[in-house]
Ligand binder design. Structure first.
Ligand code: FAD
Ligand code: SF4
Ligand code: SF4
Length: 464
């Protein structure tokens, strides 16, 4: 008999006012008993609507059926057949808009907690069966991967498993992309990302850190040096600003810089001396996941007051519902329908106030979206010593500007053939945020996988 409870088995969480003082993970993994109980809520639907909602088509009912009978190893094997980083996706996938959105149990009650179950299985495997993979038989063909985010890691892993001699070139001193420099420790522990990177090394992948492709070496030089195909997974790390007065003052950060200092450079740890302003009052501008992460980090870094300024209302916030709720519980002060117009500085050139205007949403336009309009005379000031701009990012122009023949669209994203992820240069493939603009981890992984398959076919074709 299935478990017909209308609600998910809850996952334990740290208390909000405890967790907003530390960087430990907020939500705990299910225990085996909890996982089995939740798995029994799945109806094993014949037409599997949940699978169609997953960008990498994890065989959801099959893995959940294994969890329901306590065979966690078999469940892991089913998930990892199509999903290279389940420890990551189980934590950060926007499941509520993907697999869980399609779950029939969600019609009356809550969907099956597919993400929590996936995380449980992946965490269980990490503890109980996480053997390093065996090195495959080498085929002697050199392939380069630019960037070690989820797109690059997935592509490198799939190519290495096929025997290619893969070299990953990463600009930072640590591999993992946004998984290490953007998403904070309390949502995604870095030891998990490291274990995935260790698996890559065990497959024989050569990881070259601190190499900026386009500056240290160009794509053309890589090809001249014998790399027969190249995958570009360089992400979308270039932050946007509002273009308002005061953005150059000390204490104004892009969310990327702020999060990199906190997460990658460990500003929150006493054994690291990463410089970061000791803020008392912080304004974070934006309404996406990045804004939530920045605000929650600022609180944990000791700020007494953290405002979140967003020009639309809560319903229109692009951030995951779970992140919004967590941020509110952690005492982030949401100021909705609020838009900054100027940042004011003190005599030392440091930000000290932000001037804002109240906004009103207009009737929906052709796209159905209600655009915000400033209410005349509604200006007001907030005293803040730090402003963090989380307004979105775009791909860095470095690679496209140093690689002749690589076409980009008007947003600066690389143009690819969607079936093969091939760019406008022969032998050069791309995927992830570098192609889509800022998107999701699971889409980046899916693109890396698709590209690896196409690169393999291309390289085999060259030899036929
Ligand atoms: P990235 O992860 O950006 O990796 C690109 C890598 O390439 C980086 O390591 C970079 O240093 C390197 N690189 C760039 N240029 C060069 C160069 N010239 N030479 C060498 N290396 C280079 N998605 C979700 O699904 N769920 C979430 O909860 C979520 N939260 C997020 C929170 C934050 C703060 C941010 C910033 C993003 C979040 N995202 C989330 C989005 C998600 O992380 C990205 O969509 C995903 O990481 C894109 O993967 P990628 O491999 O394309 O690029
Ligand atoms: Fe759901 Fe993401 Fe797992 Fe797919 S990868 S089943 S969308 S949590
Ligand atoms: Fe199970 Fe929901 Fe998928 Fe049906 S839709 S198989 S109940 S997870």
């Amino acid at each position: 008999m299935p478990n017909m409870s209308l609600t998910k088995v809850p996952a334990e969480e740290q208390e909000p006012l405890v967790r907003n003082q530390n960087f430990l993970e907020v939500t705990m993994s299910y225990t085996p008993d909890q996982a089995v109980e939740e798995a029994r809520r799945c109806l094993s639907c014949k037409n599997k609507p949940c699978v169609a909602g997953c960008p990498v088509n994890v065989r959801i009912p099959e893995f959940i059926a294994k969890v329901a009978v306590g065979d966690f190893k078999a469940a892991y094997e089913i998930i990892s057949d199509t999903n290279a980083l389940p420890c990551v996706s189980g934590r950060v996938c926007p499941q509520e808009n993907q697999c869980e959105e399609r779950c029939v149990r969600g019609i009356k009650g809550e969907a099956v907690a597919i993400g929590r179950l996936e995380r449980f299985v992946a965490d269980w495997y990490l503890k109980h069966g996480n053997a390093l993979p065996e090195k495959p038989q080498p085929n002697g063909v050199k392939v380069a991967v630019v960037g070690s985010g989820p797109a690059g890691l997935t592509c490198a892993s799939d190519l290495a498993k096929r025997g290619y001699a893969v070299t990953v070139f990463e600009a930072f001193h640590t591999a993992g992309g946004v998984l290490v420099y953007g998403i904070p420790e309390f949502r995604l522990p870095k030891a998990i990302v490291q274990s995935e990177v260790d698996k890559l090394k065990a497959l024989g992948v050569d990881l070259r850190l601190d190499v900026v492709v386009g500056r240290t070496i160009t794509i053309d030089e890589l090809i001249e040096n014998g790399y027969e195909a190249v995958f570009i997974g360089s992400g979308a790390g270039l932050p946007m600003f509002m273009g308002i007065e005061g953005e150059n003052l000390a204490g104004v950060y892009s969310a990327n810089e702020y999060l990199t200092r906190v997460n990658l450079m460990k500003a929150y740890r006493n054994d690291h001396d990463t410089p970061l302003r000791h803020s008392r009052a912080v304004a974070v501008v934006g309404g996406g996941n990045v804004a939530m992460d920045a605000a929650r980090c600022a609180k944990r870094m000791g700020a007494e007051k953290v405002y979140l300024l967003y020009r639309r209302d809560e319903e229109e916030m692009p951030a995951r519902r779970e992140e919004v709720n967590h941020a509110k519980e952690e005492e982030i002060d949401f100021r909705l329908l609020t838009n900054p117009v100027r940042i004011l500085g003190n005599e030392k050139g440091q930000a000290c106030q932000i001037e804002c205007m109240r906004m009103r949403l207009q009737a929906p336009d052709e796209s159905g979206r209600r655009s915000p309009k400033a209410v005349p005379g509604s200006n007001f000031f907030l005293n803040v010593d730090t402003v963090i701009m989380a307004l979105g990012t775009s791909p860095n122009p470095l690679i496209r500007s140093t690689t002749p023949g690589l076409e980009t669209n008007r947003k600066g994203c690389l143009v690819v053939d969607e079936d093969t992820m091939r760019t406008t240069r022969e032998g050069v493939y791309a995927g992830g945020d570098a192609v889509t603009g800022a998107a999701t981890v699971i889409l980046a992984m899916g693109a890396g996988k698709k590209a690896a398959q196409a690169m393999d076919e291309y390289l085999r074709g060259k030899r036929a």
